[in-house]
Design a binder for this molecule. Structure first.
Ligand code: URA
Length: 280
């Protein structure tokens, strides 16, 4: 069946389906008892893909024919497969897509002065003020210091938030820091090897100088640590006090050209990529 050419007249379950067939009334008595391999539960894959904005149903069918779609890690090449968008892991060209409509994840470009909390009993500005009532149950993924700006994720997917923030999943965070002092040539090597701070060692995944001018430099630090003030403490420890700190990426999600104080909803592909990173 897998290798048979697509036949518009085929009427077997899962093949040669059309809108008409989908909508045709079925008398309950007409239903055949479900066979073990008859997956009537769920929704047709091409319909789920089309609803997720991958393309029209026709385009999605062509993508299935071309072997570009996988479900739970297996390439699907037959039309009409039924899937459960709440459970099945669907990928397009190997890139996972979040298909649940009840889960939302936003990226904020947090300004300095705003604290990473949903509310504050001292009435300071919070990211809760920024996301307002975009969705119920939003939580922030990790924290940025009050005087740090940049990318902060907010989601109503508790498990995703937990895993992204948990050090064991080793999600890389990228920071740009403006520092004073000159950057020693061997610093990248030293930081990659690890340095000892008061609360234990820290190692960066990468370090590079982006720009240097008039005794100030902008450096990029990538690390998968979540300890408090970690970037400021690390750079101060090597003689480079930080005057400005911006987070520019969390795993595959990038701040890019988001304006300070702006919010955007992540695409299904971005959420899928985050899920992949943390094994969801
Ligand atoms: N490291 C810091 O020093 N501050 C932050 O806000 C995030 C990482």
């Amino acid at each position: 069946m897998n290798s048979a050419p697509h036949d518009e007249n085929t009427t077997d379950a899962g093949e040669g389906w059309s809108e008409d067939m989908e909508l045709a009334p079925v008398h309950p008595g007409d239903r055949e008892p479900a066979e073990p391999d008859d997956e009537r539960e769920g929704e047709r894959l091409q319909k789920v893909l089309a609803r997720a904005g991958v393309g029209s149903r026709r385009v999605c069918e062509d993508m299935i024919d071309a072997g570009r779609i996988s479900v739970n890690g297996r390439t699907v090449t037959v039309q009409g497969m039924r899937v459960d968008p709440l459970r099945d892991k669907i990928a397009v060209d190997g890139a996972r897509l979040e298909l649940r409509d009840d889960r939302v994840t936003y990226a904020l470009n947090k300004p300095t002065g705003v604290i990473t909390a949903m509310s504050d009993d001292r009435n300071r500005p919070t990211i809760g003020d920024m996301v307002g009532d975009l969705a119920p149950g939003l939580v922030h993924v990790g924290r940025l210091d009050q005087d740090t700006e940049g990318l902060l994720l907010v989601t109503n997917d508790g498990e995703l938030a937990h895993r992204l923030a948990h050090p064991s999943y080793e999600v890389r965070k990228t920071y740009l820091a403006q520092v004073s002092g000159s950057v020693p040539r061997d610093l990248a090597k030293r930081l990659r090897a690890g340095v000892e701070l008061d609360d234990g060692p820290v190692r960066v995944d990468s370090f590079r100088v982006v720009d240097t001018h008039a005794g100030q430099s902008v450096v990029e630090v990538v690390l998968h640590e979540g300890r408090k003030h970690i970037v400021r403490r690390l750079l101060a420890h090597v003689g480079l006090p930080v005057s400005r700190l911006t987070r520019t990426a969390v795993g595959p999600v990038k701040l890019e050209r988001m304006r300070v104080g702006s919010i955007r909803r992540l695409s299904r592909a971005e959420v899928g990529a985050l899920q992949e990173q943390v094994g969801l």
